[in-house]
Design a protein around this ligand. Structure first.
Ligand SMILES: NC(=O)c1ccc[n+]([C@@H]2O[C@H](COP(=O)([O-])OP(=O)(O)OC[C@H]3O[C@@H](n4cnc5c(N)ncnc54)[C@H](OP(=O)(O)O)[C@@H]3O)[C@@H](O)[C@H]2O)c1
Length: 243
C-alpha cells in the first residue's frame, strides 16, 4: 500500500485517529481532516510523521457547502492525489421518535449521510479509481429508539453505500464498517460500556483497533464492494429479535 494516500474525515480523535495511525503503520499517507480538534489534529500529524508518512492537515466544517466543495480538491492538492476516502466524521445526538423535529433530522442527515455521499461523489469526479469506506453503525441492522435522527441518517448512508458501490464500479469500491459498542460517547466513561456489555453476544466491548483493522481490510481488498462489515461482537444478529 506504499505511496497511497487516504483522506480520513474527523481523524483527529477517537476511532478516526486510530484508523489514521493504523493506515500510517501500513505506509499509507493520511490527510487529517478535522473541524474543531485542531490541537489533537496537530498532535496526530506529529505522530504520523514519526511513522514516516505524509500527514497534511485539512480543516473543514462538513455542514457548510463551501467547505464540502473544497475538501477533495484541497486534499488532492496537499497530498498530490487521493486513493482512499474514509468517511468517519459524524454526530450522535440523543432524541426519540416522538420528539424528532425536521430540523434535527436534517442536521443529522447533513453530516452523517449527505457529507459522506457528497465527498464520495466529488472523489469519483476527480479520480480514475479509488476506494471509499463509510463508517456506519450496527444499529442499521435494527432500530435505535433513543437516537432517532442519528439512526435514520446511518440507515440512509448504508443504502447510499450499496447504491454507490453499484454505480461507481468498476473503478471504485464502496463499503461500510458498522461498529457496535466500541467507545463511550464523548463525555461518558467506561461505565457506559460496562452497563451495555451484557447485551453483546460476545459479552465485551470492541476496541478502536478492531474497527481500524476492518477499514484497512476493506481498503486493501480488490474484490469486495457494497459490503457492510459489522464489528460489533455479534450485536447485529440480535436486532431482528429485539426490535
Ligand atoms: N464510538 C463508537 O462506539 C461508535 C459506534 C458505532 C458507530 N460509530 C461510528 O464510527 C465513527 C467514529 O466514531 P467516533 O465515536 O470516533 O466519532 P465522534 O468522536 O463522535 O466524531 C468524530 C469526529 O467527527 C467530526 N465532526 C463532527 N461534526 C462535524 C462537522 N460538522 N464537520 C466536520 N467534522 C465533524 C468531529 O471532528 P472535530 O473533533 O475536529 O470537531 C469528531 O471528532 C462515526 O461515524 C460513528 O457514527 C462509532
Amino acid at each position: 500500500m506504499n505511496e497511497d494516500t487516504a483522506l480520513i474525515t474527523g481523524a483527529a480523535r477517537r476511532i478516526g485517529r486510530k484508523i489514521a495511525v493504523t493506515l500510517a503503520d501500513e505506509g499509507v499517507n493520511v490527510v487529517i481532516h478535522y473541524r474543531s480538534s485542531e490541537e489533537e489534529a496537530k498532535e496526530l500529524h506529529d505522530r504520523l510523521l514519526e511513522l514516516e508518512v505524509e500527514a497534511p492537515l485539512l480543516q473543514a466544517d462538513l455542514r457548510k457547502k463551501s467547505d464540502l466543495d473544497r475538501v477533495i480538491p484541497e486534499a488532492a492538492e496537499k497530498a498530490g492525489k487521493i486513493d482512499y476516502l474514509v468517511n468517519n466524521a459524524a454526530v450522535f445526538p440523543s432524541g426519540d421518535l416522538e420528539e424528532l423535529e425536521f430540523k434535527e433530522l436534517v442536521s443529522n442527515i447533513r453530516i452523517n449521510s449527505w457529507a459522506p455521499f457528497y465527498l464520495a461523489r466529488s472523489f469519483l469526479k476527480r479520480s480514475d479509481r479509488g476506494k471509499i469506506v463509510n463508517l456506519l453503525d450496527t444499529r442499521v441492522a435494527g432500530y435505535d429508539w433513543d437516537h432517532a435522527g442519528y439512526y435514520f441518517s446511518k440507515v440512509l448512508l448504508a443504502r447510499m453505500t450499496k447504491m454507490m458501490a453499484l454505480k461507481f464500479a468498476p473503478e471504485f469500491t464502496v463499503t461500510g464498517v458498522a461498529p457496535g459498542l466500541i467507545t463511550p460517547p464523548p463525555g461518558l466513561d467506561e461505565e457506559y460500556l460496562k452497563e451495555r456489555m451484557d447485551r453483546v453476544p460476545l459479552k465485551k466491548h470492541g476496541e478502536e483497533e478492531e474497527v481500524a483493522r476492518a477499514v484497512v481490510y476493506l481498503l486493501k481488498s480488490s474484490f469486495v464492494t457494497g459490503q457492510i462489515l459489522y464489528v460489533d461482537g455479534g450485536r447485529n444478529l440480535l436486532h431482528e429479535l429485539e426490535g
